[in-house]
Design a protein around this ligand. Structure first.
Ligand code: PLP
Length: 357
């Protein structure tokens, strides 16, 4: 048996949608983008959504819109993909790393307040692996210190916090549609969601050269637009998201049932709806298990082996993050996608059991 780590779903509707764009002659700034933005905002229960070229662009643009610059600080977890923090540094500001909660892998609200200084401008909690961060205490602190909260929802399409959709909880939220994500645009793509009209308009302009008109550039922007073909694919994918979320949750429950007692399995906080972008276990000999599974045709991943504060380009110096540092050598991501069958999950569990014995 060979098991892919993740799989992208393609059907005749997606092929048809792409063909329609090809035939239309309209490749950017068309109806597909407008409608994808409307449909995605409706899905997240927000007033606005702005389609952009990647999840990374979706993080950069709100920071640009907020005027984040040298001397400013933005609080982030280090146990995440580098793109949560790299746009902060890219703008000349300083990412300030806060440790994670060992159970949910998301930023630990109890460790937040001591990281806030007079230079802090924003907090970017990450709904890592599809599990929402504990947003209420984060929002409370943000209110107290007048900070903007940007949810990094790149791994959390359709996740919920106390019944509220990821993407609608912070001041802004950002999504990625990279091919392995819970929904994709068959390439790179991203979205910013918000209820703040002024920020939505600013971000819309900034992604399109800061234009107010074809030849007038009011703000210094970039080209970080989402094209019509990915927008058309995204619209089709969005229609399946609820059903795929159910499948992911079902697959996760089955893994957890079969792996109990063998390895540490993920948990779902009582206030959370986890969407299992990744199913991450922990075990002491992670590299041994990973090698064993790969030899049995099972693809695995590590998200992430080197935390952001230890990435050479981030130049963070000495940062004390004991929970982050302790988990990176033990975590292993098992195959996870909505098409995963019971038989495949049982095969993975059987191979893990064979290795644990
Ligand atoms: C948590 C997180 N933040 C940001 C990103 C960046 O998204 P993209 O790869 O679409 O630029 C990703 C995706 O890889 C991610 O997982």
């Amino acid at each position: 048996m060979h098991l892919n780590f993740s799989e992208m779903y393609v059907d005749s509707d997606i092929r048809k949608a792409v063909e329609q764009v090809l035939d239309s002659g309209r490749y950017i700034k068309g109806d597909n983008l407008r409608q994808f933005e409307r449909e995605f905002a409706d899905f997240c229960n927000t007033k606005f959504a702005v389609g952009v070229s990647s999840g990374t662009a979706a993080i950069l643009l709100p920071l640009m819109a907020l005027g984040i610059k040298k001397g400013d600080e933005v609080i982030v977890p280090s146990h995440t993909f580098i793109a949560t923090a790299s746009p902060v540094k890219f703008l000349g500001a300083t990412p300030v790393y806060v440790d994670i909660d060992p159970v949910t892998y998301t930023i630990d609200p109890a460790k937040l307040e001591s990281a806030i200084t007079k230079n802090t401008k924003a907090i970017i909690p990450v709904h890592l692996y599809g599990h929402p961060a504990d947003m209420d205490p984060i929002k409370e602190l943000a209110k107290k210190y007048d900070l903007t909260v940007i949810e990094d929802s790149c791994q959390a399409h359709a996740a919920e916090y106390k019944g509220q959709k990821a993407g609608s909880i912070g001041d802004l939220a950002v999504f990625s549609f990279f091919p392995s994500k819970n929904m994709t645009v068959a390439g790179d793509g991203g979205m910013v969601t918000t209820n703040n009209e002024e920020l939505a308009q600013k971000i819309s302009m900034l992604r399109d050269h800061g234009r107010t008109d074809k030849y007038i550039h009011e703000m210094l922007g970039l080209n970080l637009r989402l094209s019509e073909i990915p927008a058309a694919v995204g619209r089709q994918q969005l229609r399946h998201l609820d059903e795929w979320t159910k499948s992911r949750r079902r697959a996760a429950a089955r893994y957890t049932q079969l792996l109990a007692g063998m390895v540490e399995t993920p948990t779902e906080a009582q206030w959370a709806k986890h969407v299992y972008h990744l199913y991450v276990i922990q075990t002491q000999d992670r590299d041994g298990l990973s090698k064993h599974l790969n030899e049995q045709g099972i693809s695995t991943g590590i998200h992430y082996p080197v935390p952001v504060h230890k990435q050479p380009c981030m130049e963070a110096g000495d940062v004390y993050l004991p929970v982050t540092d302790a988990c990176v050598d033990k975590i292993l991501s098992l195959p996870m996608h909505p098409q995963l069958t019971d038989e495949q999950i049982e095969y993975v569990a059987e191979k893990i059991q064979g290795w644990v014995k």
